[in-house]
Design a binder for this molecule. Structure first.
Ligand SMILES: Cc1ncc(COP(=O)(O)O)c(C=O)c1O
Length: 418
């Protein structure tokens, strides 16, 4: 029986776990930052490693008895090296957010300056946003995407870098569907003598599968999460040039974090090993072609696609033309009521406050992990359009829920392998 041991301690929690299992199974999970970890990843994460507290790095631990831990961490590092080809890899960050902070602590002094993409244009909160600790430690300036194309304007970014003279430039985003010109970013950073961090939290899996250009040979640092397009469960990682290895390792431990989250590290190791198999490349190709199919079908239905398409797993729609009276927050609710889970997001030059926003961000990672492909995604696009049009039509919404359930039944989440 699922969650038997939890149930023997607390039925309340067991019910919540079962409810979440059912929710994932019976809804279209399209949060772009999520994925479905394989049974192997989940097994590693639920292992006996949770009993251990290990401080330090392989072969230089602070406590004895860490041989297996050294083997697991070294294996994860080796797999990551094979995936991304970096000089130095750190697999201990508890999250992508802490990976970013460790890089800042490694190369910046308090009062130094960061140049990053405005979160309202798709940047991430950890890139100096005033709700994040980085804004207390460093001065942040933003660059923007072109408000009409939704794409990065490298001339404008170079001008901004010249004007701001930052110590660190960040590329890599939360909601940018297009391709990023990493060498161009490195040139911009070099011209102002800034360190360049490429935050590949979202696209790490796509890069690993060679379906998106890699920043590794260009940027000084790459950081990422391990539970998005790469399916290693919760956690983060850092890739960098050898010259920064000691600085980043000591910034992460002991300055920022304590003991390694070993079950998560084992999950990363399994997820990375899975990503080295040819099946993963097929999965990633399908994830991207599915996102393209989704964008095309939504566009054919009259919905404006930010950046005019996608090169990743992300599709961002701008509702201002097709649904002028529907704020992103209302659209998010209408979709959720129809069991389509995706989040509101601001679009370039959004006239609405971020709490309402004018866009919705979709991701295809989870659906493709459970077996969907481009054909199903066209049908999903139709369900999305119906749900947006039915924001105040409960009868149609009930019909959509039935259609979503029927689709989900064809691809049960429990059958998801990797
Ligand atoms: C670009 C970017 N960086 C960092 C993060 C932080 O990831 P985590 O949840 O692993 O802290 C995210 C999260 O979605 C992200 O989109």
């Amino acid at each position: 029986m699922p969650y038997e041991h939890v149930g023997s301690v607390t039925q309340e929690l067991r019910q919540s776990l079962e409810a979440e299992h059912a929710r994932q199974d019976q809804s279209l999970m399209m949060i772009a930052s999520e994925n479905i970890a394989s049974p192997a990843v989940r097994e590693a994460q639920g292992s006996m490693l949770t009993n251990r507290n290990v401080l330090g790095y392989p072969d230089s631990r602070l406590y004895p008895g860490a041989d297996s831990m050294d083997a697991i961490e070294s294996f994860a590092i080796q797999c990551a090296t094979n995936l991304w080809g970096a000089d130095h890899v750190n697999v201990q960050p508890h999250s992508g957010s802490l990976a970013n902070l460790a890089v800042y602590l490694a190369v910046l002094d308090p009062g130094d300056s960061i140049l990053a993409l405005d979160p309202r244009d798709g940047g991430h909160i950890t890139h100096g946003d005033d709700r994040h600790i980085s804004s207390d430690l460093y001065e942040t300036s933003y660059y923007h995407v072109d408000p009409t194309t939704g794409q990065l304007d490298y001339e404008a970014i170079a001008d901004r870098a010249e004007a701001v003279d930052p110590d660190l430039i960040i590329s890599g985003y939360s909601a940018y569907p297009g391709e990023i010109d990493w060498p161009r970013f490195q040139t911009i950073a070099d011209a102002v003598d800034a360190v360049h961090l490429a935050d590949i939290a979202h696209i790490a899996g796509i890069i690993a599968a060679d379906e998106y250009p890699s920043p590794v040979a260009h940027a000084d640092f790459c950081t990422g999460s391990t539970y998005k397009t790469i399916r290693g469960g919760r956690g983060g990682f850092i890739l960098c040039d050898q010259q920064y290895a000691d600085a980043v390792d000591t910034a992460l431990f002991p300055y920022l974090q304590g003991g390694a989250a070993l079950p998560n590290m084992a999950g990363k190791a399994v997820g990375f090993a899975e990503a080295l198999r040819p099946e993963f490349q097929t999965y990633i190709k399908r994830t991207v072609t599915s996102a393209k199919a989704l964008a095309i079908r939504l566009s054919e239905s009259g919905i404006n696609i930010v950046s005019n398409g996608t090169e990743t797993h992300i599709v961002v729609i701008d509702l201002q033309t097709s649904h002028p009276d529907l704020a992103g927050s209302e659209a998010e609710r209408a979709l959720e009521d129809a069991r389509i889970i995706a989040n509101k997001i601001t679009v370039p030059a959004d006239p609405r406050h971020p709490s309402g926003a004018s866009g919705i961000r979709f991701g295809t990672s989870c659906l493709v992990s459970r077996g969907f492909g481009p054909e199903e995604m066209e049908y999903v696009a139709d369900l999305i359009v119906r749900a947006l049009n039915a924001a105040s039509d409960p009868e149609e919404r009930d019909q959509i829920v039935q259609d979503v359930e029927a689709l989900c039944d064809q691809y049960p989440i429990s059958d998801t392998g990797a």
